[in-house]
Design a protein around this ligand. Structure first.
Ligand code: AMP
Ligand code: MG
Length: 444
């Protein structure tokens, strides 16, 4: 990676009263870095991401959040030896010959104590699941394998082995054992364990607030029918959905128009959040003001342009420690760059250990011709499984302006640079797109 500082002509665009645009050309020194590879760019981002902080929340609200503490068992689980079945606590030695008759001398329902209750030779104590095992007993005969007779007698009809149907104290977890570590996503099993240990509050990583700003004079808000030259601002809601799916909190800033003041106001507002994500206005067009105004606002550009397709013009900067992502405007490019760069950053801020989606190999069904063969290319694909192997078929045309192939895609194939042509039958790296895993089993 090489840093170059050079003079660049910057166009400040603004609007005269009456609506006509004017342009001022300013020469300024801009620090730029030669085009990075996909992996280098993601590494720079992840190296510059700090934790979003820690908060205590109710266990009732903790599902999906990331633990910010190690959880150590405060007591043994189970806390005492207890019955795993409804049945009879017995001495296994008494049941050498089947059927055997025993005298019933007590009853311990769930929730009762076994203090002072003893199973004496030749005797049995009726016991319910979860109830503490009385002294003297070393096995439980399930009720289904017994018969209760008149006169407090019970017949055991099946062989009884020592220790059968007993849950022993500490068998699951011992006091002092570390059950789960910081960085773990809290799923229902973690909730269950924490609840079993009486935890009401739990420390988790905070969810960053992510400002989302669209830019462009052509944009109109969702709900209006576009007139000539107008484009519906779909990126704002798309990125908000992606932010939410990653577990962070979107804050919609709206649309910055293609003039300096509008960019200044909206970007300034966006920088109040924990993370700022913009879309469009980051290429080399006359009205692409995002990077220029971000620099004015004190955002240090870490890189601009990555050797990928789609999404090459992406920029990443930092205002103090606050990450600022300038994504390209094409809906497909903004979604893919969010997926590959912003999502891992948000997961890292939220303390997750695995911030990059697991990648696995799949086999190309068809030849792939890639005009941008010198770049890392993200193909929108569908995954199929046949005879235990995964197959890739593209979800349609791959131009970055085409949204339908994104909707039809269930996964992304990552083609490394230098592969302008890949033949059917070759293996590629793939990862699922979004949190919903869909796979066509045994396709036609
Ligand atoms: P730009 O990066 O500004 O050159 O925009 C590239 C393309 O993305 C243009 O066709 C824009 O109209 C389109 N675009 C930009 N912003 C949005 C948005 N918020 N929603 C949908 N399309 C957009
Ligand atoms: Mg634009």
């Amino acid at each position: 990676m090489v840093g170059i500082t050079f003079a660049e002509h910057v166009h400040y665009t603004d609007t005269f009263p009456g609506g006509n645009k004017y342009c001022i050309k300013v020469s300024k020194q801009i620090h730029r870095i030669t085009m990075l590879s996909f992996e280098q760019a993601r590494q720079i981002i992840l190296e510059n991401i700090a934790s979003a902080g820690i908060e205590q929340i109710s266990l009732a609200d903790a599902a999906g959040r990331v633990l910010a503490e190690d959880i150590v068992a405060p007591w043994d689980m189970p806390m005492w030896d207890n019955s795993a079945m409804d049945g009879y606590a017995v001495r296994s030695n008494d049941c050498g010959k089947i059927p055997c008759k025993l005298t019933m001398t007590g009853y311990i329902p769930a929730g009762a104590l076994a203090d002072g209750v003893e199973v004496k030779p030749g005797c049995a104590v009726k016991i319910m699941t979860g109830a503490p095992l009385p002294s003297g007993a070393d096995a439980v005969a399930p009720i289904e394998e017994t018969e209760e007779n008149p006169g407090e007698q019970v017949t055991i009809n099946e062989p009884v082995k020592a220790n059968q149907h007993i849950r022993f104290r500490g068998e699951d977890v011992l006091a002092g054992e570390r059950i789960t570590a910081t960085g773990t996503i809290i799923r229902p099993p973690e909730v269950s364990m924490l609840a079993s240990f009486g935890r009401v509050l739990v420390s988790v990583y905070s969810r960053p607030i992510v400002a989302i700003l669209s830019t462009g004079d052509e944009l109109i808000e969702v709900g209006r029918t576009p007139g000539a030259g107008e484009i519906v601002n779909s990126n704002t809601l798309t990125l908000a959905a992606a932010v939410r799916e990653a577990g962070a909190i979107p804050r919609i800033i709206g649309i910055a128009r293609d003039n300096h003041d509008s960019h200044l106001n909206k970007l300034r507002e966006g920088l109040k959040a924990d993370v700022l994500v913009t879309s469009a206005g980051v290429s080399a067009g006359d009205l692409d003001l995002v990077r220029i105004v971000l620099e004015e606002l004190g955002v240090k550009q870490m890189f601009w342009k990555v050797n990928i397709k789609p999404g090459k013009p992406i920029a990443f900067g930092l205002k103090d420690n606050k990450p600022v992502f300038s994504l390209p405007g094409n809906p497909v490019s903004s979604m893919i760059t969010f997926e590959e760069f912003v999502r891992p950053a948000l997961l890292r801020m939220m303390g997750q250990r695995q911030v990059i989606r697991p990648t696995f190999k799949a086999i190309l069904r068809d030849d792939v011709k890639n005009k941008a063969g010198d770049r890392t290319t993200f193909l929108r694909i569908r995954l199929e499984r046949k005879d235990k192997l995964f197959y890739v078929s593209t979800s349609g045309k791959q131009q970055s302006g085409l949204l339908k192939t994104m909707v039809n895609a269930t996964a992304i194939a990552v083609i490394p640079p230098g592969r302008g042509f890949m033949a059917a039958g070759e293996e590629v790296d793939v990862h699922f797109f979004g949190d919903y895993i869909e796979l066509l089993e045994e396709p036609r």
